[in-house]
Each structure stands twice: as C-alpha cells, then as structure tokens.
Design a protein around this ligand. Sequence first.
Ligand SMILES: *Cc1c(COP(=O)(O)O)cnc(C)c1O
Length: 345
Amino acid sequence: MNINNLVRENIKSLSPYSSARDEFKEASSDTIFMDANENPFDSGLNRYPDPKQSLVKKALSELKGMPSSQILLGNGSDEVLDLIFRVFCEPKQDAVITLPPTYGMYKVLANTNDVATVEVPLSESFQPNVNEILRAQDERTKLLLLCSPNNPTANSFEVVKVEKLIREFKGIVVIDEAYIDFSDQESWIGRLAEFPNLIVTQTLSKAYGLAGIRLGICYASLEIISILDKVKPPYNVNQLTQDVALSALKNQEKTNLEIQRIISERNKMINNLSLVKVIEKSYPSDANFLLVKVDDADKRYQELLEKGIVVRNRTKQIMCSNCLRLTIGSEQENNRLIKVLNELK
Ligand SMILES: *Cc1c(COP(=O)(O)O)cnc(C)c1O
C-alpha cells in the first residue's frame, strides 16, 4: 500500500514552518538565544517549549518499546485525530467510516473538516460488521475509525475482525485506544510493523488521570508520523504539559495502582448494579465506565441529577435506547450512586 497516495495534494507539497527552537537545539552551556523574541528573564517558562517533545517521547518510547520517530504528541487525542483528518481527507470530497454507537468527536471532526461520514452500525453484540464495512468503502473513504475499547459500549473489538479490517481496508485505519489500560487486550501498537496503514491513538486523559493537561499520543509508521509532523503546529504541547507528563510517565507505579483500583471498583459495581431494581442489564466493560440499560433512561437520568449525581444519558444513540453511561468513581462515589439507585421507585 502506498501511503503517499492517500495524502492530500496540498499536504504533499507543504513545507512546514521551521521554528527557531527546531533549528538550534544543540546548544553548549554558553550559547545565548537571541533568535525567538523571547523574554530573557528566567521564569522557568520564558522559553518556547521543545517542539519535538523529545523527553516525553523518550519516556514513552522506553515504556512502550516504540522508537520516538514513530510517536506524535498532541493537545489531547482530539488534536491528534484532527491532524489525521487534515492530512488524509480532502474537504467536500472525501469521507470517513465510523461505527456507531461510538465516540461523538469523530462526527464533530468530520463536520468541522467538511468531510462526509459513512456510518456502519455495530452488530447486536457491539462488534464491527466487517463485511458491511468493507462493502461501504470506496475511493472517497480515506479513514476507518475504530474505537476499542469502544465508548460508550465499553467492549473491545475482536482481534480477528480488526485484523481483517486493517488488511482489507484500502485507506488508513485509526484505532482509538483511549481506554486500553483498563483492558486485558493487547494494544495494537505491538503490530504496527505489520500494517503500514495503521494508526493507534492513546491519551493520558483516562488511566493516567491527567485529562487536565491535554496530552494525546499517536503511534504509526515513520512515514505516517513524518507527514503528520509537517502539519502539526510547532508548539502544540506546552511546557507545563510536557513537565507533568514526564513525571507521570516516570512514576508508572502510581498509575498502575490506580488502574487496579478502578478495575476492582468496576467489578464491584457490576455486582452491586445487578441487584438494583431499575437496572435491567449492565454490559461487560473493558474500560473505566459501564453502559447500563435501565427501565426509563430519561426519567432515571433526571432523578440522579436531582440527587446531585451526573451521569451520561446515551438513550438517543443508536442501539443504546434506555442506556446510561456511568464512570467508575472513587469507592465513596460509587457507593453513593448505588445507594441512590436503590432508593429509586
Ligand atoms: C476520552 C476519550 C478520548 C480522550 O480524548 P483526549 O482529547 O485525549 O482527552 C479519546 N477517545 C475516546 C473514545 C474517549 O472516550
């Protein structure tokens, strides 16, 4: 597969902005920087951040066993996904395939980039309908967006199905692994070398507890990363974010412990929810949230709100009628939710 053929014409011929910090990074201790119009008074933040985020990438590289050259960082996965749209999808002409019910941002990004969305709903068991997806592809469908574990259904997609899709889809396959750390499934980053058309995105927003710093991660072939790098704004990941991300990645033990606690709370929640009268079903979860079917989602959503508990009402999404999405909270928060749910008439 020739990846370059999938790239928009204007991007192929683009020469990226070369920032001051890009051109002169190898400085000796007596180098003075008078090139970027920065303020000379040291505040710890008076210099532009490293546009390549080398230290964060090095830490990720050691953690994941991927070379830094196959990593791109963004202001949340949302920026990373937007970059992918902008590189591969010609506005008013190209399309992407999404598998609803899924993450709402894919549609928003398609709309803001003026790219059409072809929707191929998941099966009854929330798995990709592989043959239908492959039938839906044409020369316009540049991206196939897979979310595994999927938001809001919480399940992972079967490996054989994803594998067939990557092999037979003629465009770029993006696997959004925002919730991978809560799952027993292997990340697809381990198989990037096999698939030149695969992009995997991850984030520090969920398992790492750092939604506030906005750090999204993209893993792909050197070729794809080089093209995305040309388009990304030079200083898209600020210094504060790089500093906090680096220290979190160096303290993986804390993250692992929190993941274990969230998973154990998730299992406890599933048991407790099975005894709640208004809950008809809770779906299996590979994520830090549960999709539950209730007797009347609009009514129960409102009642929870009145008791000071905000959950996500997904009843309007295809195949999610009367479903609520519940984030796993702290033990205390989960107990309060169960108590309130048990009191509903
Ligand atoms: C929460 C979430 C993200 C995270 O997005 P960020 O911009 O990195 O915070 C990405 N994808 C899915 C499916 C999510 O649910």
